[in-house]
Design a binder for this molecule. Sequence first.
Ligand SMILES: NC(=O)c1ccc[n+]([C@@H]2O[C@H](COP(=O)([O-])OP(=O)(O)OC[C@H]3O[C@@H](n4cnc5c(N)ncnc54)[C@H](O)[C@@H]3O)[C@@H](O)[C@H]2O)c1
Length: 311
Amino acid sequence: MRIAGAVIVVTGAGSGIGAGLARRFVAEGAHAVVLADRDLAAAQAVTAQLGSRAAAAGLDVTDEAAVAGLVAGVLAEHGRIDLFCSNAGLATGTGLAADAGRTSDPAREVGTAADDAWQRAWEVHVMAHVYAARAVLPAMIAAGGGYLLNTASAAGLLSAPGDAPYTASKHAAVGLAEWLAYSYRDRGIRVSVLCPMGVDTPLLMDGLAAGSPAAAAVAASGPVIGVEQVADAVVEAVTNETFLVLPHPRVGKFWATKAADVEGWLVGMAKLAGQIGTADQIGTAGQTGTADQTGTADQTGTTAGAKQKER
Ligand SMILES: NC(=O)c1ccc[n+]([C@@H]2O[C@H](COP(=O)([O-])OP(=O)(O)OC[C@H]3O[C@@H](n4cnc5c(N)ncnc54)[C@H](O)[C@@H]3O)[C@@H](O)[C@H]2O)c1
């Protein structure tokens, strides 16, 4: 699809990748970009830099009525939504432990019990994508087509040492995106799923600063790239209508290696978890890091920390 002239919604656009995508869409000549975030002030601060084609909206993506209301409002104002980016996300930094799940940042608070962390990850990373698709697809199909960009993670293809809810919910996000892509393809709907490893955003960098082992696993697994590089990959994928968006090309290689030899991959991941200290200790205090865990040990199981040039 063409980004120039498009009407676009981006969730989680008050920070990080979402803000980077919104900035890039405006620069590419989008007709209108709506920056939606639970943190309205943050979305407004980004929007203030982007001129009259950008608008901010307060939105909790886990509130289906609110998502439907946002979509209805954008349709009423612009008549169409060409691209909906379900991007909002959070890290839990926990495994199975019962007392984990609290982060230091209230904006990313996921609850005080592990079940809360699991539920929150499911709602933000999966149900929010369901709510967005339910709300926006009827108008897109009536218009003859439209585009969904769902932010998952490399953790959705590989794993995230130190963050079990993140790993499981991001796998579900990838599965949902695949399902949407083939189920609505003949009605003109295109879908991309964004699966980066480490990206320089508060979600990861706050965890690194706090000494989170889970964040360390991400940093040890490959280069931490900027949101501009993620936006480059997204613009290329959406323009070419490519499903899988891998700003770190190595993720594709790791994914293929995993599929070819899952037993060997598990051995390599166990080594990485052991080296970095992200193995979960059931019945003890859990991880409290706030980072996104896209940790992907070199799947030969030899080097967890190699930093190679991506392109
Ligand atoms: N940073 C990384 O290393 C990395 C890697 C892979 C995938 N991701 C994914 O990228 C996406 C964006 O993350 P980021 O790194 O830019 O993080 P970020 O913390 O910089 O931004 C996330 C934004 O989402 C918003 N948000 C959280 N819950 C929300 C909710 N319920 N409703 C509305 N907004 C909500 C937050 O307010 C925040 O502005 C997430 O889905 C994340 O899982 C990040």
